[in-house]
Design a protein around this ligand. Structure first.
Ligand code: SF4
Length: 454
């Protein structure tokens, strides 16, 4: 008699991903005068606040509808309405972004319906835009919550107001505040009008305050999101994102705005695509400043090639960041021997094949839906020269006595995570110097004789 084999069950010991409402909260922190509100128990917003603060080193308010045992059983509609009331009275925000937690999703609260009911009975409060977004963490990661919040915001706010199309919609994705700042610089140097969503270049990396601000200055103004319905084109970053129903796709479906989906502009190859695309859409030439930056970068690649060539790396983190980083490592001659992510889109390997030459010959291992315990086990077999990813790989790097180059999110054990530039020719230049110097330092430290002239 045949018996059915049970699938092997594995607990996740140390997930290589974060919760969905965390990603959504980041988006709402990148919209001007906006408060994120999580519908569920208080612990979720406390965890996310604490996690974000220790990366960005900025005050981060995230409100909660604060479920009790009763609301968990009978529904949290009354709590949510009270929370919205309190936020409007205390903060007078332009927008409240409402994300759902695992608990409210599990009990099945109909958040859009609760908020429609609230607005029907509180017409005088209609000045505050309320954007609901479904962010169940058990069926997605922080990046799913991030993209869902961008899409929900555009869906609720963007409008077609004029018959004259103008400006480029730009969706940068979950990069650092310094990356967002660099994108502002690039678009300004091109001299093109653009609407960037989100923009936490200031709200999560702002100047010192002399007095407390209830909501930090900066972020995408709501009127710029309204204007997204009138753009000439959208550009959105992320090769995995291109497989999902994104904000750019939504604008294409709703208002027939052409959508350009490209990879994260990490390294020369992927950055060229962004510059070419802006130039093509705007009809303006690439500013000379960036032509020079690119030329200097190629010169640096040539100078440092002998140090990095055929080094091996373990890359992990959010899927699109892994793809961008693997593309960059490959173009400088490093083999991304293990590409790992907690995300499980099912597209990671196919997208990596698009950016890495001689993929099969390099015997690259690709792992989706993985945790740090498994990354550690595979990393030992892969024998890398270094690991590159967020701080959470530190234990693996330490146990293997290999250097860890910190990029992405979260960086909890070093200063300056918010100030890392990953994108553009400038980002590639900084990454190239950091990686090359890390490899040199490691070889120098493990040399039996020591040397200082190369
Ligand atoms: S319970 Fe769900 S929503 Fe809350 S912190 Fe955990 S993963 Fe995030």
């Amino acid at each position: 008699m045949k018996t059915q084999q049970k699938a092997e069950y594995k607990a996740t010991s140390n997930a290589c991903k974060h919760c969905s409402p965390l990603g959504a909260s980041l988006v709402f922190r990148g919209i001007e005068n906006t408060i994120p509100l999580l519908h569920g128990s208080q612990g979720c917003s406390t965890y996310i606040r604490r996690y974000l603060i220790s990366h960005y080193n900025e005050p981060i308010d995230i409100a909660s509808s604060n479920f009790s045992e009763e609301t968990a059983v009978f529904g949290g509609g009354a709590n949510l309405k009270l929370a919205v009331d309190n936020i409007i009275q205390q903060y007078h925000p332009a927008m409240i972004g409402v994300g759902t937690t695992c608990l409210s999703e599990t009990i099945g609260d109909d958040v859009p319906m609760i908020l429609r009911d609230y607005l029907k009975n509180n017409r005088e409060e209609n000045g505050t835009v309320i954007v609901p977004v479904s962010t169940p963490s058990y069926s997605g990661t922080h990046i799913d919550g991030f993209h869902a919040a961008v899409r929900a915001t555009v869906d609720t706010v963007a409008q077609k107001q004029s018959s004259h199309a103008a400006g480029i919609n730009f969706f940068p994705g979950m990069l650092s505040p310094a990356d967002h700042r660099h994108f502002h610089e690039i678009f300004s140097d091109f001299g093109v009008a653009y609407n960037m969503l989100p923009d936490y270049s200031q709200t999560l990396d702002g100047p010192m305050w002399t007095e407390y601000h209830k909501i930090p200055e900066g972020g995408t103004p709501v009127k710029r999101i309204v204007a997204m319905g009138d753009a000439v084109a959208s550009i959105e970053l992320g090769r995995i994102l291109a497989e999902t129903k994104s904000a750019g796709q939504l604008l294409a479906d709703k208002f027939e705005i052409p959508n350009h989906r490209i990879g994260l502009p990490i390294g020369i190859k992927e950055t060229d695509v962004l510059f070419d695309r802006i130039s093509e859409i705007s009809g303006k030439p690439i500013p000379e400043k960036y032509v020079q930056e690119r030329a200097r970068l190629i010169d640096a690649y040539a100078d440092g090639h002998k140090y990095v060539f055929e080094a091996r790396a373990v890359v992990y983190g959010e899927e699109d960041l892994v793809i961008g980083m693997a593309s960059f490592l490959s173009e400088i001659g490093i083999v991304p021997a293990l590409c790992a992510s907690g995300g499980k889109s099912g597209h990671l390997e196919a997208k990596l094949r698009q950016v890495i030459d001689d993929f099969d010959a390099k015997q690259i291992q690709v792992k989706e839906g993985i945790d740090f315990v498994e990354i550690g086990e595979i990393a030992k077999k892969v024998n890398p020269d270094f690991l590159i990813g967020n701080s959470k790989g530190y234990k693996i790097a330490r146990s293997m006595k290999k250097p860890l180059i910190r990029i992405g999110f979260p960086i909890h054990d070093r200063m300056g995570g918010a100030r890392i530039v990953h994108v553009g020719y400038r980002g590639a230049q900084q990454l190239f110097d950091t990686i090359t110097n890390t490899i040199i330092a490691n070889r120098q430290d493990s040399s039996p004789v020591g040397y200082f002239y190369m």
